[in-house]
Design a protein around this ligand. Structure first.
Ligand SMILES: [Mg+2]
Length: 374
Protein backbone atom coordinates (compact mmCIF):
# COMPACT_ATOMS: atom_id res chain seq x y z
CA UNK A 1 0.00 0.00 0.00
CA UNK A 2 1.46 3.36 -1.07
CA UNK A 3 0.35 6.99 -0.75
CA UNK A 4 -0.60 7.96 -4.30
CA UNK A 5 -2.48 11.27 -4.16
CA UNK A 6 -2.88 14.41 -2.08
CA UNK A 7 -5.85 16.77 -2.03
CA UNK A 8 -6.20 19.69 0.35
CA UNK A 9 -9.30 21.62 1.34
CA UNK A 10 -8.99 25.19 2.60
CA UNK A 11 -12.23 26.05 4.38
CA UNK A 12 -13.85 29.16 5.80
CA UNK A 13 -17.34 29.73 7.24
CA UNK A 14 -18.83 32.79 8.87
CA UNK A 15 -21.61 32.81 11.43
CA UNK A 16 -24.22 35.53 11.89
CA UNK A 17 -23.49 36.46 15.49
CA UNK A 18 -19.82 36.22 16.56
CA UNK A 19 -19.06 34.22 19.73
CA UNK A 20 -17.87 36.50 22.50
CA UNK A 21 -14.72 35.87 24.49
CA UNK A 22 -13.66 38.38 27.06
CA UNK A 23 -10.68 38.92 24.80
CA UNK A 24 -12.64 39.47 21.60
CA UNK A 25 -15.28 38.17 19.16
CA UNK A 26 -14.89 35.03 17.02
CA UNK A 27 -17.08 34.89 13.93
CA UNK A 28 -15.12 33.11 11.18
CA UNK A 29 -14.32 29.41 11.36
CA UNK A 30 -11.50 28.07 9.23
CA UNK A 31 -9.56 24.85 8.69
CA UNK A 32 -7.24 23.08 6.28
CA UNK A 33 -8.09 19.46 5.52
CA UNK A 34 -5.69 16.85 4.17
CA UNK A 35 -7.10 14.05 1.99
CA UNK A 36 -4.67 11.25 1.16
CA UNK A 37 -5.51 8.47 -1.29
CA UNK A 38 -3.57 5.18 -1.54
CA UNK A 39 -2.79 3.19 -4.69
CA UNK A 40 -5.39 0.63 -3.59
CA UNK A 41 -8.09 3.28 -3.22
CA UNK A 42 -8.28 3.98 0.52
CA UNK A 43 -8.98 7.63 1.41
CA UNK A 44 -7.77 9.09 4.72
CA UNK A 45 -8.74 12.47 6.18
CA UNK A 46 -6.88 14.73 8.56
CA UNK A 47 -7.29 18.31 9.80
CA UNK A 48 -4.74 21.02 10.44
CA UNK A 49 -5.98 23.53 13.01
CA UNK A 50 -6.11 26.96 11.33
CA UNK A 51 -7.71 29.58 13.54
CA UNK A 52 -6.44 32.21 11.09
CA UNK A 53 -4.97 32.10 7.55
CA UNK A 54 -5.72 28.48 6.55
CA UNK A 55 -3.89 28.96 3.25
CA UNK A 56 -0.56 29.07 5.13
CA UNK A 57 -1.00 25.50 6.40
CA UNK A 58 -2.10 24.42 2.94
CA UNK A 59 1.20 25.62 1.46
CA UNK A 60 3.16 23.80 4.20
CA UNK A 61 1.33 20.54 3.44
CA UNK A 62 1.74 20.79 -0.32
CA UNK A 63 5.20 22.33 -0.67
CA UNK A 64 7.09 21.07 2.41
CA UNK A 65 5.45 17.76 3.45
CA UNK A 66 4.03 16.15 0.31
CA UNK A 67 7.51 15.55 -1.24
CA UNK A 68 8.28 13.37 1.82
CA UNK A 69 4.95 11.48 1.57
CA UNK A 70 4.44 10.54 -2.04
CA UNK A 71 4.94 6.81 -2.62
CA UNK A 72 5.36 5.99 1.09
CA UNK A 73 3.75 3.08 2.95
CA UNK A 74 1.30 4.43 5.61
CA UNK A 75 2.39 1.58 7.91
CA UNK A 76 5.61 3.57 8.41
CA UNK A 77 3.60 6.39 10.02
CA UNK A 78 5.87 6.90 13.04
CA UNK A 79 9.00 6.99 10.91
CA UNK A 80 7.31 9.39 8.48
CA UNK A 81 6.46 11.65 11.45
CA UNK A 82 10.09 11.65 12.62
CA UNK A 83 11.29 12.35 9.10
CA UNK A 84 8.93 15.31 8.59
CA UNK A 85 9.88 16.76 11.96
CA UNK A 86 13.62 16.14 11.71
CA UNK A 87 13.97 17.56 8.25
CA UNK A 88 11.99 20.73 8.99
CA UNK A 89 13.55 21.25 12.41
CA UNK A 90 16.97 21.40 10.84
CA UNK A 91 15.70 24.44 8.91
CA UNK A 92 14.36 26.04 12.09
CA UNK A 93 10.70 25.07 11.46
CA UNK A 94 9.54 23.01 14.40
CA UNK A 95 6.46 24.64 15.89
CA UNK A 96 3.48 26.65 14.64
CA UNK A 97 2.15 26.09 11.15
CA UNK A 98 4.63 23.26 10.50
CA UNK A 99 3.37 21.04 13.32
CA UNK A 100 -0.22 22.00 12.51
CA UNK A 101 0.33 20.87 8.92
CA UNK A 102 2.00 17.64 10.09
CA UNK A 103 -1.06 17.02 12.29
CA UNK A 104 -3.38 16.81 9.29
CA UNK A 105 -1.04 14.49 7.41
CA UNK A 106 -0.54 12.19 10.41
CA UNK A 107 -4.28 11.89 11.12
CA UNK A 108 -4.94 10.97 7.48
CA UNK A 109 -2.26 8.24 7.64
CA UNK A 110 -3.82 6.75 10.81
CA UNK A 111 -7.29 6.93 9.23
CA UNK A 112 -5.94 4.88 6.29
CA UNK A 113 -4.23 2.36 8.60
CA UNK A 114 -7.43 1.81 10.58
CA UNK A 115 -9.47 1.36 7.40
CA UNK A 116 -6.89 -1.12 6.08
CA UNK A 117 -7.36 -3.12 9.30
CA UNK A 118 -11.14 -2.73 9.15
CA UNK A 119 -11.36 -1.29 12.68
CA UNK A 120 -12.36 2.07 14.21
CA UNK A 121 -9.43 4.44 14.52
CA UNK A 122 -9.32 4.29 18.31
CA UNK A 123 -8.76 0.55 18.09
CA UNK A 124 -5.97 0.96 15.54
CA UNK A 125 -4.29 3.36 17.99
CA UNK A 126 -4.32 0.51 20.54
CA UNK A 127 -7.79 0.33 22.05
CA UNK A 128 -8.40 1.13 25.71
CA UNK A 129 -11.57 -1.00 25.75
CA UNK A 130 -13.84 2.08 25.64
CA UNK A 131 -16.50 2.46 22.96
CA UNK A 132 -17.81 5.62 24.64
CA UNK A 133 -16.17 8.49 26.45
CA UNK A 134 -17.14 10.97 29.18
CA UNK A 135 -17.49 14.54 27.96
CA UNK A 136 -17.83 18.07 29.27
CA UNK A 137 -20.11 20.59 27.61
CA UNK A 138 -18.19 23.54 26.21
CA UNK A 139 -18.75 26.37 26.65
CA UNK A 140 -20.79 29.08 28.39
CA UNK A 141 -19.35 32.12 26.59
CA UNK A 142 -19.06 35.68 27.80
CA UNK A 143 -22.39 37.49 28.12
CA UNK A 144 -24.31 39.18 30.96
CA UNK A 145 -24.31 37.32 34.29
CA UNK A 146 -27.98 36.42 33.84
CA UNK A 147 -27.42 35.13 30.31
CA UNK A 148 -24.46 33.00 31.39
CA UNK A 149 -26.41 31.55 34.31
CA UNK A 150 -29.33 30.72 32.00
CA UNK A 151 -26.99 29.02 29.51
CA UNK A 152 -25.31 26.99 32.28
CA UNK A 153 -28.73 25.92 33.52
CA UNK A 154 -29.70 24.84 29.99
CA UNK A 155 -26.67 22.51 29.88
CA UNK A 156 -27.59 21.11 33.29
CA UNK A 157 -31.17 20.46 32.19
CA UNK A 158 -29.88 18.63 29.08
CA UNK A 159 -28.28 16.12 31.43
CA UNK A 160 -24.63 17.16 31.21
CA UNK A 161 -22.46 16.09 34.11
CA UNK A 162 -19.67 18.63 33.48
CA UNK A 163 -19.57 22.08 31.87
CA UNK A 164 -17.01 24.76 31.07
CA UNK A 165 -17.59 28.48 31.52
CA UNK A 166 -15.72 31.45 30.07
CA UNK A 167 -13.53 33.59 32.32
CA UNK A 168 -11.09 36.29 31.27
CA UNK A 169 -13.60 39.11 30.91
CA UNK A 170 -12.16 42.23 29.33
CA UNK A 171 -12.48 45.66 31.00
CA UNK A 172 -15.63 46.23 28.90
CA UNK A 173 -17.21 43.21 30.63
CA UNK A 174 -16.02 44.13 34.13
CA UNK A 175 -12.51 42.63 34.09
CA UNK A 176 -11.20 39.72 36.17
CA UNK A 177 -13.22 40.63 39.27
CA UNK A 178 -16.40 40.03 37.30
CA UNK A 179 -15.22 36.44 36.71
CA UNK A 180 -15.85 35.79 40.41
CA UNK A 181 -19.48 36.75 39.90
CA UNK A 182 -19.64 34.56 36.78
CA UNK A 183 -18.49 31.58 38.85
CA UNK A 184 -21.08 32.32 41.53
CA UNK A 185 -24.11 32.69 39.23
CA UNK A 186 -23.16 29.64 37.13
CA UNK A 187 -22.59 27.44 40.20
CA UNK A 188 -25.94 28.54 41.63
CA UNK A 189 -27.61 27.82 38.29
CA UNK A 190 -26.33 24.24 37.98
CA UNK A 191 -26.30 23.19 41.65
CA UNK A 192 -23.56 21.34 43.51
CA UNK A 193 -23.48 18.03 41.58
CA UNK A 194 -22.29 19.09 38.12
CA UNK A 195 -18.57 19.56 37.55
CA UNK A 196 -17.64 23.07 36.40
CA UNK A 197 -14.37 24.28 34.92
CA UNK A 198 -13.40 27.77 33.73
CA UNK A 199 -11.35 28.81 30.68
CA UNK A 200 -9.37 32.04 30.87
CA UNK A 201 -7.86 31.92 27.34
CA UNK A 202 -4.66 33.46 28.74
CA UNK A 203 -6.30 36.73 29.80
CA UNK A 204 -4.60 36.90 33.24
CA UNK A 205 -1.09 37.31 34.51
CA UNK A 206 0.07 34.93 37.23
CA UNK A 207 -0.69 37.29 40.14
CA UNK A 208 -4.24 37.92 38.88
CA UNK A 209 -4.78 34.20 38.31
CA UNK A 210 -3.76 33.31 41.86
CA UNK A 211 -5.98 36.03 43.34
CA UNK A 212 -9.04 35.06 41.26
CA UNK A 213 -8.53 31.34 41.92
CA UNK A 214 -8.60 31.92 45.67
CA UNK A 215 -11.78 34.00 45.29
CA UNK A 216 -13.63 31.37 43.17
CA UNK A 217 -12.38 28.22 44.91
CA UNK A 218 -15.53 28.14 47.08
CA UNK A 219 -17.59 27.55 43.90
CA UNK A 220 -15.85 24.17 43.48
CA UNK A 221 -14.08 24.49 40.14
CA UNK A 222 -12.89 21.23 38.57
CA UNK A 223 -10.14 23.14 36.76
CA UNK A 224 -8.91 26.55 35.66
CA UNK A 225 -7.76 26.49 32.03
CA UNK A 226 -5.00 28.55 30.37
CA UNK A 227 -4.89 31.32 32.99
CA UNK A 228 -1.76 32.81 31.38
CA UNK A 229 -0.04 32.71 27.98
CA UNK A 230 1.18 29.25 26.99
CA UNK A 231 4.85 30.25 27.00
CA UNK A 232 4.69 31.55 30.59
CA UNK A 233 5.75 28.21 32.08
CA UNK A 234 7.08 29.94 35.21
CA UNK A 235 3.60 31.44 35.57
CA UNK A 236 1.89 28.02 35.29
CA UNK A 237 4.26 26.56 37.85
CA UNK A 238 3.67 29.43 40.27
CA UNK A 239 -0.14 29.30 39.85
CA UNK A 240 -0.25 25.55 40.37
CA UNK A 241 1.72 25.85 43.60
CA UNK A 242 -0.14 28.89 44.94
CA UNK A 243 -3.85 28.06 44.78
CA UNK A 244 -6.11 25.00 45.18
CA UNK A 245 -7.84 24.61 41.77
CA UNK A 246 -6.43 21.97 39.35
CA UNK A 247 -4.64 23.63 36.44
CA UNK A 248 -5.46 22.74 32.80
CA UNK A 249 -3.73 23.75 29.59
CA UNK A 250 -2.00 22.62 26.44
CA UNK A 251 -4.32 23.51 23.53
CA UNK A 252 -1.70 26.00 22.30
CA UNK A 253 1.29 23.72 22.79
CA UNK A 254 3.16 21.96 19.96
CA UNK A 255 4.69 18.53 19.70
CA UNK A 256 5.70 16.66 22.81
CA UNK A 257 8.72 18.78 23.61
CA UNK A 258 6.68 21.72 24.91
CA UNK A 259 4.65 19.35 27.10
CA UNK A 260 7.84 17.69 28.30
CA UNK A 261 8.83 20.80 30.23
CA UNK A 262 5.30 21.54 31.49
CA UNK A 263 5.08 18.00 32.90
CA UNK A 264 8.63 17.80 34.24
CA UNK A 265 7.91 20.99 36.22
CA UNK A 266 4.54 19.64 37.40
CA UNK A 267 2.90 22.74 35.95
CA UNK A 268 -0.37 21.05 34.80
CA UNK A 269 -2.95 18.69 36.29
CA UNK A 270 -5.04 18.27 33.12
CA UNK A 271 -3.29 18.13 29.74
CA UNK A 272 -5.38 19.36 26.80
CA UNK A 273 -3.57 18.62 23.53
CA UNK A 274 -5.24 19.40 20.21
CA UNK A 275 -4.71 16.53 17.78
CA UNK A 276 -4.87 19.02 14.88
CA UNK A 277 -2.01 21.06 16.34
CA UNK A 278 0.24 18.79 18.38
CA UNK A 279 1.35 16.69 15.40
CA UNK A 280 -1.56 14.27 14.96
CA UNK A 281 -2.09 10.87 16.59
CA UNK A 282 1.59 9.93 16.56
CA UNK A 283 2.49 12.91 18.76
CA UNK A 284 -0.69 12.50 20.84
CA UNK A 285 0.23 8.85 21.56
CA UNK A 286 3.75 9.78 22.62
CA UNK A 287 2.28 12.50 24.84
CA UNK A 288 -0.01 9.85 26.31
CA UNK A 289 3.03 7.97 27.62
CA UNK A 290 4.30 11.19 29.26
CA UNK A 291 0.87 11.90 30.79
CA UNK A 292 0.72 8.36 32.13
CA UNK A 293 4.24 8.56 33.57
CA UNK A 294 3.46 11.86 35.34
CA UNK A 295 0.07 10.66 36.62
CA UNK A 296 -1.91 13.65 35.31
CA UNK A 297 -5.15 13.72 33.29
CA UNK A 298 -5.62 13.67 29.52
CA UNK A 299 -8.46 15.77 28.04
CA UNK A 300 -8.39 16.25 24.23
CA UNK A 301 -9.18 19.81 23.10
CA UNK A 302 -11.56 20.58 20.20
CA UNK A 303 -12.84 24.19 20.22
CA UNK A 304 -13.65 25.92 16.92
CA UNK A 305 -12.22 23.27 14.59
CA UNK A 306 -13.81 21.54 11.60
CA UNK A 307 -15.56 18.18 12.06
CA UNK A 308 -12.52 16.06 11.18
CA UNK A 309 -10.61 17.35 14.20
CA UNK A 310 -13.66 16.93 16.48
CA UNK A 311 -13.97 13.32 15.32
CA UNK A 312 -10.22 12.63 15.49
CA UNK A 313 -10.17 14.02 19.06
CA UNK A 314 -13.05 11.72 19.96
CA UNK A 315 -11.01 8.70 18.80
CA UNK A 316 -8.02 10.06 20.69
CA UNK A 317 -10.14 10.32 23.85
CA UNK A 318 -11.32 6.72 23.44
CA UNK A 319 -7.68 5.62 23.32
CA UNK A 320 -6.11 8.01 25.86
CA UNK A 321 -4.49 6.81 29.10
CA UNK A 322 -5.70 8.71 32.20
CA UNK A 323 -8.62 10.14 30.21
CA UNK A 324 -10.48 12.92 32.03
CA UNK A 325 -13.10 14.05 29.51
CA UNK A 326 -13.55 14.96 25.84
CA UNK A 327 -14.47 18.57 25.04
CA UNK A 328 -17.91 18.42 23.45
CA UNK A 329 -18.74 21.77 21.83
CA UNK A 330 -22.17 23.40 21.89
CA UNK A 331 -21.87 26.32 19.52
CA UNK A 332 -23.07 27.12 16.04
CA UNK A 333 -20.15 25.79 13.97
CA UNK A 334 -20.98 25.09 10.33
CA UNK A 335 -17.59 23.44 9.81
CA UNK A 336 -18.36 20.67 12.31
CA UNK A 337 -21.35 19.46 10.27
CA UNK A 338 -19.50 18.23 7.18
CA UNK A 339 -20.52 14.58 7.33
CA UNK A 340 -23.41 12.74 5.69
CA UNK A 341 -24.88 12.36 9.21
CA UNK A 342 -25.03 14.89 12.06
CA UNK A 343 -22.10 14.93 14.48
CA UNK A 344 -22.88 12.62 17.45
CA UNK A 345 -24.46 14.24 20.53
CA UNK A 346 -23.66 13.13 24.08
CA UNK A 347 -26.28 11.59 26.34
CA UNK A 348 -25.97 12.07 30.12
CA UNK A 349 -22.36 13.12 29.81
CA UNK A 350 -21.27 10.20 27.60
CA UNK A 351 -20.57 10.11 23.85
CA UNK A 352 -20.57 6.91 21.75
CA UNK A 353 -17.82 6.38 19.19
CA UNK A 354 -18.77 5.63 15.58
CA UNK A 355 -18.41 1.92 14.84
CA UNK A 356 -17.20 1.97 11.20
CA UNK A 357 -13.58 1.57 10.11
CA UNK A 358 -11.20 4.56 10.40
CA UNK A 359 -12.80 7.81 11.54
CA UNK A 360 -16.13 6.07 11.02
CA UNK A 361 -18.14 8.92 9.46
CA UNK A 362 -18.44 9.82 5.77
CA UNK A 363 -17.34 13.27 4.60
CA UNK A 364 -19.99 15.00 2.48
CA UNK A 365 -17.99 16.72 -0.24
CA UNK A 366 -20.95 18.87 -1.28
CA UNK A 367 -21.00 20.38 2.23
CA UNK A 368 -17.24 20.96 2.10
CA UNK A 369 -17.48 22.66 -1.30
CA UNK A 370 -19.78 25.28 0.24
CA UNK A 371 -16.96 26.52 2.46
CA UNK A 372 -14.01 25.96 0.13
CA UNK A 373 -11.74 28.94 -0.47
CA UNK A 374 -10.36 29.20 -4.00
MG1 LIG B 1 -9.48 26.69 25.97
Amino acid sequence: MRIAKLDTWVLEARIGKPIQFGVGPYGTFSATLVELTTDDGLVGWGECIARRAPRVTDVVVRDLLWPMLEGRDPHDVEGIWDEMFTRLRAWGHYRGFVQEAMSGVDQALWDILAQAQGVPLYKALGGAGRARVPVYASKVYTASFAEMAAEAERYARKGHTAIKIQFGRSAEFGGPRADVEVARVCREAIGPEIEMGADVNSAYDAATAIKICHAVAKYDLAFIEEPVYPDDIDGYELIRRSQPIPLAGGESEFGIFGFRELLARRALDIVQPDVARIGGFTAAKRLGALVHAHNVKYAPHTGFSCGIAHLASLHLAAWAPNLWKYESMFIENPLREIFTEPFPEPQRGMLDLPTGPGLGMTVDRAKLERYRLR
